[in-house]
Design a protein around this ligand. Structure first.
Ligand code: PGA
Length: 244
């Protein structure tokens, strides 16, 4: 893993956006893996800014989002489809039919998971997968567990995850209890991974991600096995390259 530390989040967002856009400049029909939550908002703003300045086009880009809530109307402002439209897709020249977010309202969720993986594996591998990290070390919605799933699947959200996401809703009761997420196998299949971690309260889990033992109880530690992970953070952490 390569760790870059930043003093301010604006600079981090700029570098993160530049990394994603350099993939698109190198391959105009690149496949980008997208994330939601607080971490990517600033970098999406930077991508929109560059597009509006005429510096980049997303016309042929294809995207796959990590996850979506189950049972939340797609038109709900906190559905991840709505999030992506509001924060990025509505403001750039991407073709909406090339943007993929799992359908959390499918009548048959199992079939939807299979359909999502088929599209992902047909169009992939993802050139660059953007990731945030949960306080409990989840990646996408792959929550800590004794085993982790390889493919896209339905998950029960941990209470600490629902608590963390309560800030986007009126109350905890409104936070969905289930989600569909890409599996760890699909995430690790990406050619490169860009992990964005903001806020000193994430320093401890980021330290475990970088330096701790690899364990399914901290899904983010599996990133240690991937050959091309770039970590951008404003946390005060270090990456230990040896046992000492
Ligand atoms: P955050 O969430 O970016 O809103 O902190 C990240 C995550 O839970 O994966």
């Amino acid at each position: 893993m390569i760790l870059h530390k930043f003093k301010n989040q604006a600079e981090l967002d700029r570098v993160a956006a530049d990394l994603m856009m350099s993939v698109v400049r190198g391959r105009p029909n690149a496949v980008l893996g997208m994330a939601t939550g607080g971490s990517p908002v600033g970098l999406y703003q930077e991508m929109v800014k560059s597009y509006k300045q005429g510096l980049i086009s997303f016309k042929e880009v294809r995207t796959f989002n990590l996850d979506e809530y189950v049972g939340l109307a797609v038109t709900h402002p906190e559905s991840y489809r709505s999030f992506m439209q509001r924060n990025l897709f509505d403001h750039i020249d991407i073709d909406i039919k090339n943007t993929h977010v799992p359908n959390g309202n499918a009548a048959d969720i199992e079939a939807e998971c299979r359909r999502y993986d088929e599209a992902l594996y047909q169009q992939g591998p993802v050139d660059m997968q953007l990731l945030g990290i949960g306080h409990n070390g989840h990646i996408g919605f792959n929550e800590p567990d004794t085993t982790l799933s390889r493919f896209t699947h339905k998950v029960t959200l941990k209470e600490d995850t629902r608590e963390a996401n309560k800030r986007f809703f009126n109350s905890l009761d409104e936070v969905p209890t289930h989600a569909v997420t890409m599996g760890m196998g699909s995430i690790l299949h990406a050619k490169s991974i860009l992990l964005v971690v903001k806020g000193q309260e994430k320093a401890e889990i980021l330290d475990r991600t970088l330096n701790g033992p690899i364990t399914t109880q901290v899904p983010a530690t599996l990133l240690q096995t991937h050959p091309r992970v770039i970590v951008l953070t404003d946390c005060d952490v270090n990456y230990k390259l040896s046992h000492s």
